[in-house]
Design a binder for this molecule. Structure first.
Ligand code: PLP
Length: 469
């Protein structure tokens, strides 16, 4: 399988070429040249597979430059009951007939990002060893991504992680999760500033091409194709659990920010998985809901990006979204370059045609909705009272929109993107109770911490990296 860029760079690359990269050289995102089509016999064969074997089958359709035995071993090592808590890895949690959560958040950091990041850790270690190279991952986090990356890369040969976070601004649980890691290859830098300061430093270091090359700086951001591909697997796994035959259709609702998770659902649907609707659920930062309702894509500035009680969806632009638009426009790379490369830069938004708008739901199954803090509280209460389940704030955004968009006769599956223990304050506000926490994490906040506090300074961060590689 070869990969191309959404902005037209035809340079055919293989999976391992793009694994360690971010954007394509022309500024686009990588996508496979075509989506492998799953026929009825294949779907029937996959139905009985264990999660790791299903992951191998799907990955192998997109990866032709890792030997089959190696890929099989990587998926087996990644998707284990020991790491994800159950033999199913992503079990369904039924709420009522025709409505269920897909439990994606039982990995080490209690959010769905572990599903992809754990595989990325294995793939990076494998590929770096094969090339005889090392990599220093530099990232900025306000919560879920940083911890998922650290837990995936801890102790991995040839990899060091330098994770910047805003000092004192993450929840005590999130801080403890990251800072309690004792592995020598994990470095937590708490900067005396806000998240945007951290992100600016990552950009400044990455733009210093000489420093970047000399110190082998890389990233693990959400546009990484391998992360997206890993997420395709649980759409299949959930489908098999929710249906008895391959002629049934289901819909998914996905709490969305950067459009990574739901883009994986789009890929699964393009491969032929019988998905009726893909429902995009946003919070008050409703860039995506606006697009699916009006056909206008208008990223926001930092000042118009609201801080909400589902903070992992507080985005100003949806960094994976260009992938879907590429497919929506029949893979017309010139048009994509015009919209994302030129119109966004000059006028700050773009608008698609009425015919293209109609296509989003008719051909691609997309619909959307949004949620507010009040909706979130009401949905957490409703779910607790009606179904006896405590859900987190992001999943609540999903369930709120799912209840609006579900259709009679088609099961609706809501992706559970985090566990409530991670966002305890809002759960207490809604229910007046402290959400349950996995027993293994009972003493998390009292564990010894490894963190370096420093002022907001590109030079100090660079010096820290130089001193530790
Ligand atoms: C990252 C995240 C999301 C948003 O996922 P995208 O792939 O960026 O759309 C939703 N919920 C939680 C808990 C997250 O960590």
């Amino acid at each position: 399988m070869n990969y191309l860029s959404t902005r037209g760079d035809p340079a055919a690359r293989h999976f391992s070429d793009i694994l360690l990269e971010g954007l394509a050289p022309d500024g686009g995102l990588y996508l496979p040249q075509s989506y492998p089509q799953i026929d009825a016999a294949t779907l029937a064969r996959w139905r009985g597979l264990a999660y790791a074997d299903l992951a191998y089958e799907i990955l192998s359709l997109y990866i032709d430059d890792i030997p089959a035995d190696d890929l099989k071993a990587l998926t087996k090592r990644t998707y284990t009951e020991a790491v994800f808590g159950t033999p199913e890895i992503t079990p369904l949690k039924p709420l009522e007939p025709g409505l269920a959560l897909v439990a994606l958040s039982n990995g080490p950091t209690l959010a769905f990002k572990d599903m992809a990041m754990q595989l990325l850790g294995q793939l990076f270690e494998y590929e770096l060893k094969r090339r005889g190279e090392t990599l220093n991952i530099l990232g900025a986090t306000s919560g879920d991504t940083g911890s998922a990356a650290e837990y995936a890369m801890r102790g991995k040969a040839g990899i060091q992680v330098f994770m910047l976070s805003p000092n004192g601004r993450m929840s005590p649980f999130q801080q403890a999760q990251m800072f309690s890691l004792q592995e020598a290859n994990i470095h937590n830098l708490a900067l005396q500033g806000v998240f945007d300061d951290c992100q600016d430093i990552v950009k400044a270091v990455s733009n210093d091409l000489d420093f970047k090359r000399r110190h082998r700086i890389g990233t693990v951001n959400s546009i990484n194709w391998a992360r997206l591909l890993a997420q395709v697997v649980y759409y299949f796994a959930a489908y098999f659990q929710a249906t008895r035959t391959d002629s049934e259709r289901v819909s998914f609702t996905v709490p969305s920010g950067n459009f990574g998770n739901v883009c994986a659902g789009h890929v699964a649907r393009m491969m032929g998985l019988p998905i009726e609707r893909l429902v995009v659920a946003t919070n008050e930062n409703d860039v995506l809901d606006e697009f699916f309702r009006t056909g206008v894509y208008r990223p926001r500035g930092a000042a118009q990006t609201l801080e909400t009680s589902s903070p992992s969806m507080d985005i100003s632009k949806a960094s994976n979204f260009e992938r879907f638009v590429f497919d929506l426009l029949d893979r017309d790379a010139d048009r994509v370059r015009q919209l994302f490369g030129e119109q966004l830069a000059t006028q700050g938004y773009f608008e698609i045609t009425a015919e293209e708008r109609a296509r989003m739901s008719a051909r691609f199954g997309f619909v959307s909705g949004r949620s507010s803090h009040a909706d979130r509280l009401a949905t957490i209460r409703l779910c607790h009272q009606r179904y006896g389940q405590v859900i987190d704030t992001h999943t609540a955004d999903g369930l709120k929109v799912a209840l609006e968009q579900r259709q009679a006769g088609t099961p609706m599956l809501v992706l559970e993107t985090a566990l409530p223990a991670k966002f305890a304050a809002t759960i207490e506000e809604a229910l007046g109770l402290v959400p349950p926490r996995p027993a293994a994490l009972a003493d998390l906040e009292s564990r010894p911490k490894r963190v370096q506090v420093m002022p907001v300074s590109v030079d100090l961060v660079k010096q820290f990296i130089v001193d530790h590689v």
